[in-house]
Design a protein around this ligand. Sequence first.
Ligand SMILES: [Zn+2]
Ligand SMILES: [Zn+2]
Length: 355
Amino acid sequence: MQSRARRNDLAPSRHRRENAAVPLTPSLPISRREFLQRSSSALIAGSLAHAADASTLPLVDIHQHTNYGGGRDKVTYAPVLPPPRQDGDLVGHQRALGATQTILLPSGRPVARTSTHQGRANGLDSTCTGNDDCLAVARRHPGEFFFGANEVSDLEDAPAVIEKYLKLGAVIIGEQKFGVECDAPAMRRLYALAADFGVPILLHWQTGSYNHGFDRFHRMLAQYPRTSFIGHAQTWWAHVDAAYVDDQRNLYPRGKVKPGGLTDRYLQDYPNLFADLSAGSGLNAFARDPEHGRAFLERHQDKLLYGSDCTDVNAAPVQCSGARQLAQIKALSPSPAIERKIRYETARKLFRLAG
Ligand SMILES: [Zn+2]
Ligand SMILES: [Zn+2]
């Protein structure tokens, strides 16, 4: 019963954005029983907050954004209230979370075309800003904030734009969150560029919306062995389950996991593939079946990366999926050594960050 209440927190409905903050108060009247369930959930969240805050271990957060989480008009995608999180609040959030090093992932430039769903994907389907903003925050906080390089995948000059920021010190390409086939010529250019610069590329997998063809992705993993790929988001995590049938109406599947899903097999078979644990999709994949989750952490212990990808300001677990994810990693890691790998050791190696 507790788990039911928690699942409601962890698995957003398909109508809610993957990274929207969880509301503090329920919008509908609730029964006494449900109230008690939610209260015990809050107690658990409280103790988890303590656990997360109390850690003195380093933490590399590989997935955050500038100007994140603002409102947008549903038709024109123009900014509306509430305002997005400002840079000062982003820095405060990362420190409250305990992140010692944070990687900021830029959006591409705003354009209306098929690959951006005529503008829906601009701002990474939110209000996130681009290369220059991420670079500026990183420059103000050297050693603490790092930046990625990004552009709309199928714009003619995407490789040139991305290369410019890689030369300025970007540590990753992404977040690639556009409506393109994963094996399209446009994407292949970026995979080759990532290998040339020795940086990973991060893909947001969401059937029907972003990066199409997950069942064919193994061909890219095989054809670009020098490229490090990082998988992220709903379709990526839904496919830990061998019983999952790809479905854009079922992006947060529930219940026990049948081991050996596509994601599991890809991670097993390709040394150049890593997983980003961030957001509601990452939380759900472990919360739905903690026993499987623990075995998954054991199996792929050298390929898992912590990310927050949340929009809140205070890093309080009731709203902050990043804080809940930290607690989940602590709770499910088979050993302290594995927890350290996930929190910072693997990221430091992959991104070549100083310790
Ligand atoms: Zn993101
Ligand atoms: Zn947060």
